[in-house]
Design a protein around this ligand. Structure first.
Ligand code: NAP
Ligand code: ZN
Length: 352
């Protein structure tokens, strides 16, 4: 074991603060990474504040962060995928059983025995897993990704969650040229959804509650922008979408979007609000609409997404912050005031 610097929450109501955590020494297939940047996902906030207590109660201290990019500093003797000095990235998963049908199919995100990057029981330490708001992490090589060399590192970190979480359902539901696709909520996930839907050739429509984001949405790749609080603008799109990706972090009316689907259209939720959403049966019946959800993505698919980003020069639009600004960043997330992902420069942790 060794000591690592981190920022952690001691309870649901305490701000994140500087702390020291224990990490395991890298052995076997482990890769030790010096963390250079870590994106700030709204899930970090939901977890730090125990907003998902009914499904995933938070174990404290909680060190969030699952959008990790850094450099390999040490490898175990059985590591074949990485060498010291390589760029490396880690997303939301650090362990699965590897033997169930989901893992065998490369769909680790559905394994029933998964260990998340933070807030999961840690089989190595007997404590809880600690995420990327830290100066280092140790992860089995299977869950460590290669980073394309041409991409900016601060802007690459968010691909590890916001990127894969939007990429996976867009691919699964066959988003391509000729499809009309809606992206609801222009935050961290939403802005990646727009970039990917556009890059995949779809006619992309952004739904936002923030009229001030219209120009950005067009710049990010949207063909049209709808201010969702305007019923007339919404009505123009009734029964016209093949697919809608809902990236909203808070309570909202999803029935308003279900009615915008074509026959057999699908709305997939990736947003995970604290409270259950109300669904009107008739909105689904008429039109044979379907409503589904999607969690992150598998490891092979995450690498595929990163490689696609390397080839197409796609990264997140980030506001780089020092770790000392993390509590302020959380308050700004709650006000939809982020363009469009905070990325923590982990060099700022050295002064703690
Ligand atoms: P974020 O950056 O805070 O973006 C959320 C966006 O939702 C906001 O920018 C805003 O967009 C919209 N919004 C916020 N409050 C709203 C309200 N009351 N009504 C309507 N729209 C509202 O969050 P994020 O990091 O992208 O995460 C979004 C959600 O996805 C979170 O719940 C997160 O936990 C979840 N998530 C799920 C997965 C998964 O595996 N499925 C992975 C990562 C994150 P506008 O200003 O454009 O309206
Ligand atoms: Zn996330």
């Amino acid at each position: 074991m060794y000591n690592a610097k981190a920022y952690s929450a001691a309870s649901a109501t305490s701000p994140l603060a500087s702390s020291v955590i224990e990490r395991r020494d890298p052995t076997g297939k482990d890769v030790q990474i010096e963390i250079l940047f870590c994106g700030v996902c709204h899930s970090d906030l939901h977890t730090a504040r125990n907003e998902w207590r009914e499904v995933f109660p938070t174990m404290y201290p909680c060190v969030p962060g699952h959008e990790i990019v850094g450099r390999v500093t040490k490898v175990g003797s059985d590591v074949t995928k990485f060498k010291v000095g390589d760029l490396a990235a880690v997303g939301c998963l650090v362990k699965t059983d590897g033997t169930c049908p989901e893992c065998q199919a490369g769909l680790e995100q559905f394994c029933h025995n998964m260990t998340l990057t933070y807030n999961s029981p840690d089989a190595h330490t007997g404590k809880v897993t600690y995420g990327g708001y830290s100066d280092s992490i140790v992860v089995d090589q299977h869950f460590v990704l290669h980073v394309p060399k041409n991409l900016d590192l601060a802007a690459t970190a968010p691909l590890l969650c916001a990127g894969i979480t939007t990429w996976s359902p867009l691919r699964h539901w066959g988003v391509t040229k000729g499809k009309k696709v809606g992206i609801v909520g222009l935050g961290g996930l939403g802005h990646m959804g727009v970039k990917f839907a556009h890059a995949l050739g779809a006619h992309t429509v952004v739904f936002t509650t923030s009229p001030g984001k219209t120009e950005d949405a067009l710049r990010l790749g949207a063909d049209e922008v709808v201010v969702s609080r305007n019923p007339e603008e919404m009505a123009k799109h009734i029964a016209s979408f093949d697919f809608i990706l809902d990236c909203v972090s808070a309570d909202h009316d999803i029935n308003a979007y279900i009615q915008l689907l074509k026959r057999d259209g699908n709305l997939t939720l990736v947003g995970a609000p604290e409270k259950p959403l109300q669904v009107a049966a008739f909105g689904l019946l008429f039109g044979r609409h379907s409503l589904s959800g999607s969690p992150i993505g598998g490891i092979a698919e995450t690498q595929e997404m990163l490689d696609f980003c390397g080839e197409h020069n796609i990264t997140a639009d980030v506001e780089v912050i020092p770790i000392q600004k993390i509590n302020e960043a959380y308050e700004r997330l709650l006000k939809s005031d982020v363009k469009y992902r905070f990325s923590i420069d982990m060099a700022s942790l050295k002064s703690e």
